[in-house]
Design a protein around this ligand. Structure first.
Ligand SMILES: Cc1cc2nc3c(=O)[nH]c(=O)nc-3n(C[C@H](O)[C@H](O)[C@H](O)COP(=O)(O)OP(=O)(O)OC[C@H]3O[C@@H](n4cnc5c(N)ncnc54)[C@H](O)[C@@H]3O)c2cc1C
Length: 337
């Protein structure tokens, strides 16, 4: 498998047995048999076409912010997308799909006084991952009256389709929904995306960014010290998954190195040495407890990739709440009184 790939992609860009943990925001997961890092959109298209023609199992990895990789790793080829070119033409920006949304793409846009992407400040994502997920965040403070989606500024994207055709598609092609795009059901790969932005005053954009970063800092564990994949469970219409978990008294529940953080009940943090087996045990435990106590079944919203060992056995332990922690809800309640 390695030799065939080397012949087509070149010797230098293929590595064997590469541990994937450092390439994911939760910092866990075993090795990929083969690992190819591509640094341009054209190289991405070539790599995808090649692994398909060789009929090799493969997975495309962006920032690794929405995936849990199994402890036994991935049997096949992981293509890591690091094509990051960003090109502005008037109010439009075209970014390769490995471009980092924040800071790279957002900073470049805001510095040019162009609005449309600033809402997604602080969210770890490549451009490709953002279209896969239909990246979203609340509209600006103080109203925060609706959820904004990256589809709102997408003009078109270049794909290598499931059928290996190079094709430009518009926004309707993606069938965007909440946490959903056509990329969930078709093996199309985004090579580049073009966003249509709107001229604005840079200080106004900076204000939105600062407010959104402050909002996030209150609710989300910082990635550099508390690695996570963001929300674990899908939202149930009208009822937050986190609220259900909190009401069931499950904050602090932990298997091995993985804990339901006291900051936000829908986020699990790797406290160090956490494994995918720990994540799976904790997910199953939360699902069982929430179903038993409330009747709701929580579905996961993250991608589970590769091979998994059996979930960690035994019962959870409960990690005490850190002294001095104030959650966003508690702060809001204090302000209201
Ligand atoms: C702390 C934290 C906070 C978060 N907050 C938010 C938030 O507020 N709003 C929100 O919407 N999300 C949020 N997320 C989730 C995450 O940031 C998004 O899902 C992000 O878009 C994932 O992008 P990625 O590049 O990391 O994709 P990856 O995790 O690397 O991959 C996810 C999926 O996308 C596919 N994919 C990646 N690139 C491409 C491509 N070029 N073409 C086709 N498919 C591709 C992968 O194959 C995989 O199936 C948060 C995550 C974390 C860790």
């Amino acid at each position: 498998m390695k030799r065939a790939l080397e012949n087509l992609l070149g010797k230098d860009c293929i590595r064997e047995n590469v541990v994937l943990a450092p390439y994911t925001t939760m910092q866990l997961g075993g090795p990929a048999d083969l690992f190819v890092e591509v640094t341009t959109a054209d190289a991405l298209a070539h790599a995808v076409k090649t692994v398909r023609e060789l009929d090799l199992p493969y997975f495309l990895l962006g920032y690794g912010a929405n995936v849990v990789v199994g402890d036994a790793g991935f049997r096949g080829v992981v293509i890591r997308n690091a094509g990051q070119n960003i090109d502005f033409r008037g109010n439009r920006v075209t970014a390769e799909s490995g471009a980092i949304v924040y800071p790279d793409l957002i900073e470049a846009s805001v510095t040019r006084s162009l609005s449309g992407l600033e809402h997604y400040v602080g969210i770890p994502s490549t451009v490709g991952g953002a279209l896969w997920q239909n990246l979203h965040f609340l509209s600006p403070a103080p109203a925060r009256e609706r959820t904004m989606f990256i589809e709102e500024v997408l003009e078109h994207a270049d794909l290598i389709t499931e059928e290996n055709d190079l094709r430009r598609v518009d926004v309707d092609y993606f069938e965007f929904g909440y946490d959903y795009s056509i990329l969930h059901r078709r093996d199309d790969i985004v090579l580049r995306a073009t966003f249509r932005l709107t001229p604005a005053q840079e200080p106004d954009l900076r204000k939105i960014m600062a407010e959104n970063l402050a909002w996030r800092a209150l609710r989300h564990p910082p990635l550099d010290t508390e690695p996570s994949v963001g929300s674990i469970f899908k939202k149930i219409q009208g009822i937050g998954a986190g609220r259900l978990i909190d009401e069931c008294g499950l904050k602090g529940a932990s298997f091995g190195g993985i804990v339901v953080t006291h900051r936000h009940a829908n986020i699990m943090v790797n406290q160090g040495g956490g494994t995918a087996a720990d994540v799976q045990a904790l997910v199953a435990y939360i699902q069982k407890e929430v179903a038993a106590q409330t009747g709701y079944y929580l579905e996961t919203e993250i991608d589970f990739i590769g091979e998994f060992d059996p979930p960690t056995s035994g019962s959870p332990v409960f990690v005490p709440r850190p002294p001095g922690l104030i959650t966003a809800e508690e702060l809001a309640a204090r302000r209201a009184t």
